[in-house]
Design a protein around this ligand. Structure first.
Ligand code: KIV
Ligand code: NA
Length: 263
């Protein structure tokens, strides 16, 4: 069954939603084969697979290229494209045009946009023009320079109130779901109960309606330190290094290729 934004939204209160990032046809197909209902082509790809220090340098062309690849690998999962830094901030028209590219050129099903009340108008016009939107508040990495680091958001009651207003604005504007990144678990639960659309948490506690993790983090692929909210469901970094070293030593010793590997 092909997932749609409205089918995903209808899971709220019925079934917790497991979302994961995917960056190409290979990882999209893996998530799809695992029965994951929604994959996010996160601009985290700038850091996880393109080698940038932050998500800020990621371009529309890079995101379209990777999203198109994910779409080619996925049959059933909802494919959500992350709108990169400065693809929607400059104007409503820029946001509409760039979001449209993801559906027209990359076969995405929806887009994700960082920001709360400030994005209300954009979210509303995207939805009215046929583009489903996933919101994203709390820690928003495209604002890392302004936020002053990757820190938990909404710790003070004033910040928590602001996040509640932002969450409500995103729902009012017509988003089908909302990513909550790095907020206290109690606030994650409060926001989830206040909204009629599902919340997808990352570092936002178990009270959210779903969770999202970066694929390379959950698979333990990078070998680098990860934030506390990450769980390694596999330790692929060590396994891949072991495999590559075994290959190297067999090539060097002449044991690979063996009789069964030759024509
Ligand atoms: O870019 C990304 O992977 C994200 C998720 C972590 C929510 O925005
Ligand atoms: Na992102």
């Amino acid at each position: 069954m092909k997932w749609t934004a409205s089918k995903l939204r209808a899971l709220k209160g019925e079934q917790k939603i497991a979302m994961v990032t995917a960056y190409d046809a290979l990882t999209g197909a893996l998530a799809d084969d695992a029965g994951i209902p929604a994959v996010l082509v996160g601009d985290s790809l700038g850091m996880t697979v393109l080698g940038y220090d932050t998500t800020l340098p990621v371009s529309m062309d890079e995101m379209v290229h990777h999203t198109a690849a994910v779409s080619r690998g996925v049959q059933n999962a909802l494919v959500i494209a992350d709108m990169p830094f400065m693809s929607y901030q400059p104007s409503l028209a820029a946001g509409l045009e760039n979001a449209g590219r993801f559906l027209k050129e990359a076969r995405a099903d929806a887009v994700k946009i960082e920001g709360g009340a400030i994005r209300g108008e954009l979210i509303e016009s995207l939805v009215k023009n046929g583009i489903p939107v996933l919101g994203h508040i709390g820690l928003t990495p495209q604002s890392i320079k302004e936020m002053g680091g990757y820190k938990v958001q909404g710790k003070t009651s004033e910040q928590a109130r602001q996040l509640m207003d932002d969450a409500m604005a995103v729902e009012q504007a017509g988003a089908f779901g909302l990513v909550l990144e790095c907020v206290p678990a109690e606030l994650g639960e409060t926001l989830s109960k206040a909204l009629t659309i599902p919340t997808i948490g990352i570092g936002a506690g178990s009270g959210c309606d779903g969770q999202v993790l970066v694929l390379t983090d959950l698979l333990g692929m990078s070998g680098k330190p990860v934030p506390k909210f990450v769980k390694h469901f596999a330790h692929l970094h060590g396994q891949i290094i072991d495999a590559l070293q075994a290959y190297k030593s067999e090539v060097e010793s002449g044991t690979f290729p063996a009789d069964e590997n030759i024509y």
